[in-house]
Ligand binder design. Structure first.
Ligand code: CTP
Ligand code: MG
Length: 223
C-alpha cells in the first residue's frame, strides 16, 4: 500500500502579516515549511510527497526540500486560489497506483509521527477518511449577527486538525465538485456520503494563523 502526502503550503498567510508567504516565515531559524516537510520525509509511513507551493515560491520550496535531503518529494506544484484548489492540483501529481493520500497543512509545523500512524490505521478497517480531532473546552454558540440563537451540545463537537488521511480514489472524487465552501478535505468527502472517522488529535498540531501562534509553536519547538 503506497501512501502519498500532500503538503498544502500555498497560502498567503495574510493574518500572520509577514512580508512573505506563511510557509516561508521563520520558525527555529528555518522556513516554517521545513518543519512539517522534514517530519513527513522522516516518517516510516510516508512513501512520497507533493508540495503545493505559493505562486512564485516554487523554486524556494524545492530548495527547502533539497536542503533537507527530502528525497520523497516527487513534485512541487503551484497552488490554487483556495486550499481545496491547491490540494486538487497537487493530486494531479499523485499516481493512480497510490492507495492512500494524507493531506497536511504546512501551517501546522509540529507533526507527530504518532498522529500520522493514528490517521492511517483505520483506513485498513473500511473507513474512507480519518481526521485528528480535539474536544472543545469552551461552550459553543451559533450567532445571527451578534445575537446568540443556539447553544450547541459541546459533547458532540470537536475541533479538527490535519493530517487527514483518505482512500486516494475517494479524495480524488470528492475534489471534483464545488470546492468553494470547504475549509478542509474531510468536509468534501462527508458531503458525498464518505465515512470519516475521528481519532485523537494533538494540541501541538496548532495551526499557525497569527504571530502569537508562531511564538507558541516556536516555544514548543525549543522545549
Ligand atoms: N493553503 C494552500 N493554498 C491556498 C490557501 C491555503 O495550500 N490557496 C494552505 C496554507 O498554506 C496552509 C493551509 O492551507 O498551510 C491552511 O490555510 P491557512 O491557515 O488559512 O493559511 P493561509 O491561507 O496562508 O493564511 P491566511 O488565511 O491568513 O491568508
Ligand atoms: Mg487561508
Amino acid at each position: 500500500m503506497s501512501v502519498w502526502a500532500v503538503l498544502a503550503a500555498a497560502g498567503r498567510g495574510e493574518r500572520l502579516g509577514s512580508d512573505r508567504p506563511k510557509a516561508f516565515a521563520r520558525l527555529g531559524g528555518r522556513p516554517l515549511l521545513a518543519e512539517s516537510l522534514e517530519r513527513l520525509e522522516d516518517s516510516d509511513w510516508i512513501d512520497a510527497i507533493v508540495i503545493a507551493a505559493p505562486p512564485e515560491w516554487e523554486e524556494p520550496s524545492i530548495l527547502v526540500a533539497e536542503e533537507l535531503g527530502a528525497g520523497k518529494v516527487n513534485a512541487c506544484i503551484t497552488g490554487g486560489d483556495s486550499r481545496s484548489e491547491s490540494v486538487r492540483l497537487a493530486l494531479t501529481e499523485v499516481p493512480e497506483e497510490a492507495a492512500v493520500v494524507l493531506v497536511h497543512d504546512a501551517a501546522r509545523p509540529l507533526l507527530p509521527e504518532e498522529v500520522i500512524e493514528r490517521v492511517l490505521a483505520p483506513l485498513g478497517e473500511g473507513w474512507d477518511g480519518v481526521v485528528p480531532a480535539l474536544p472543545l473546552a469552551d461552550t459553543v454558540k451559533r450567532l445571527e449577527d451578534d445575537r446568540v440563537v443556539e447553544t450547541l451540545p459541546r459533547g458532540q463537537l470537536v475541533a479538527v486538525q490535519t493530517p487527514q488521511a483518505f482512500v486516494a480514489a475517494v479524495l480524488r472524487e470528492a475534489l471534483t465538485g464545488d470546492l468553494s465552501q470547504a475549509t478542509d478535505c474531510s468536509s468534501l468527502v462527508e458531503a458525498r456520503g464518505g465515512r470519516v472517522k475521528a481519532v485523537d488529535g494533538d494540541p501541538r498540531l496548532l495551526k499557525v494563523t497569527d504571530a502569537e501562534d508562531l511564538a507558541q509553536v516556536e516555544s514548543w519547538l525549543a522545549e
